[in-house]
Design a protein around this ligand. Structure first.
Ligand code: SAM
Ligand code: SF4
Ligand code: F3S
Length: 464
């Protein structure tokens, strides 16, 4: 049966159930939805809110006032899961105070059957569990709870309802647009392919139409999302079609900036890099996750590139612009990472001079290949390496950021500064945090700023 047809049937069924819920709850019930993890999950959280809005719920940021709580979880590291278990545990009290409270757990944690079982067994305050691939089941599970059923669970696979679901967006000027779902790469440390399924790309026309709508509604930043955007279109037989998609989005009229994440180095082509330089709306920044500077570790991670191949891509970018902004993800303490392996990572970050790194201590994930690998590196050594990595990067960032002093940067203001009163904070085209004097009326606007000072986490400036 045609895939779109199935999604349309699901959408109709959902609309029907949502109206039944509306009839039961009226319009005074409050929902609290909290998302953890990556931007794709946050985007799913906005779609869960879309469903709840159509069921008649309004939203609160205060879980003690809520009639319905949905936690949209992340499973990428153990500490992310522990945090959610802690929060779910503390919700027992809320349920004691308000027995009619409904608690649902969604997202990547619940897509693992052993976690769904654990929640069912040890957390009786939870009413339903729904996997990442079964968003369209939320209305049915909710209706069952409202009709007094005890515990509902749906962790079935491949429900790309997410592609068509209405969204209640958290921001009125920055929008995430998933272009594909799932991942085929099976990096040996990573749980994502197990909880998000195989790659499924959305149609380019649908993506372009969505972006057009967002831009017409005043959105200034569009973030195209996928676990590996470089394999966008591969599942429909159109290899290397992400650059084409970027060009199509770039052709949309309007004053907005295009970002994308993540770009797997094994598929980062020269065509992609040329496209970034040729498209005026595409941000001049690339997030290129390295994970480790050691080719040996990269092989054990199944990353399918070597450190040398990675540096070739960097050299190609820097041959076009020596100051081009790069950021990366790094894992410290992969099983049996040696001192030499770690030194290779330090060597690469000193050579590439990233503007920022996102670094994580390796976390063992049940069901992945790396979880079976022997690991003799003590935890204390891993922590020491992490501290060293952060220390080296701090020096690199503060030196790097000085290149912007005296320059003009175009900044999309996203908030008031958390550090200085009377200041606002935003991101430059190069994805650098910029702070300058201003008030909240600037939030959501592009502002030209002259950079006057640099720190290791941001640059400071004054509005031109
Ligand atoms: N698809 C993206 C890519 O390949 O770059 C990464 C997505 S993953 C959700 C974000 C980051 O989490 C990864 O780049 C990796 O650095 C980190 N990560 C994933 N699994 C991890 C694990 N088991 N332990 C520690 N960090 C992990
Ligand atoms: Fe995980 Fe690798 Fe897929 Fe990224 S590319 S989501 S790290 S398996
Ligand atoms: Fe976490 Fe799932 Fe994203 S595991 S990082 S929320 S895809």
């Amino acid at each position: 049966m045609c895939y779109n047809y199935i999604v349309t049937i699901k959408l109709r069924r959902c609309i029907d159930i949502l109206s039944k819920i509306r009839n039961i709850i009226g319009d005074s019930k409050l929902a609290y939805v909290r998302s953890f993890g990556c931007q794709l999950n946050i985007s799913d959280g906005e779609k869960i809110k879309g469903l709840l809005k159509n069921a008649g719920y309004r939203f609160t940021d205060d879980e003690t006032k809520a009639d319905l709580i949905i936690l949209n979880t992340c499973a990428v590291r153990e500490n992310a899961e522990d945090r959610v278990f802690g929060i779910v545990g503390s919700m027992k009290k809320l349920k004691e105070v308000k027995p009619s409270l409904i608690i649902g757990i969604a997202g990547c944690m619940t897509a693992q059957s052993h976690i769904a079982e654990k929640i069912k067994k040890s957390y009786p305050q939870v009413d339903f569990v729904v996997g990442t691939s079964a968003l369209s089941s939320i209305p049915k599970l909710l209706l069952d709870c409202l009709n007094g059923q005890k515990f509902g669970v749906d962790i079935s696979e491949y429900d790309d309802f997410s592609a068509v679901a209405e969204q209640v967006r958290d921001s009125s000027f920055k929008a995430s647009v998933p272009i594909m779902f799932g991942c085929n790469n099976f990096c040996t440390y990573c749980i994502v392919p197990y909880v998000r399924g195989r790659e499924r790309s959305r149609k380019a026309d649908d993506i372009v139409a969505e972006v057009k709508g967002l831009v017409q509604n005043g959105y200034k930043e569009i973030m195209l999302l996928g676990q590996n955007v470089n394999s966008y279109g591969n599942d429909s037989g159109e290899a290397n079609s992400f650059p084409k998609l970027l060009r199509a989005v770039n052709d949309i009229d309007g004053d907005f900036i295009i970002r994308f994440m993540s770009s797997h180095p094994k598929d980062a082509s020269e065509e992609l890099i040329d496209t970034i330089f040729e498209c005026d709306k595409v941000a001049k920044h690339l997030h290129l996750p390295l994970q480790s500077g050691s080719s040996d570790v990269l092989q054990r991670m199944n990353r399918r590139y070597t450190a040398e191949k990675y540096l070739e891509i960097v050299d190609y970018i820097r041959s076009k612009d020596p100051a081009f902004s790069l950021t990366t993800d790094l894992i410290v303490g992969f099983p049996n990472e040696t001192d030499d392996d770690f030194q290779a990572t330090l060597d690469i970050i000193k050579r590439v001079k990233y503007d920022n790194i996102y670094s994580f201590i390796y976390s063992k994930r049940t069901g992945t290949k790396a979880a079976e690998m022997p690991d003799f590196t003590p935890d204390e050594v891993k922590s020491q390496r992490m501290r060293k990595l952060l220390e080296v990067q701090r020096e690199i960032s503060s030196e790097n950021y000085r290149r912007f002093i005296g320059k003009k940067m175009r900044v999309l203001v996203d908030d008031i500064s958390k550090k200085r009163e009377g200041y606002v904070s935003g991101k430059s085209n190069e994805f650098i945090i910029v702070e300058f004097e201003g008030d909240k009326s600037l939030i959501g606007q592009f502002v030209d700023v002259e950079i006057t000072d640099a720190m290791n986490w941001a640059v400071m400036g004054r509005k031109i």
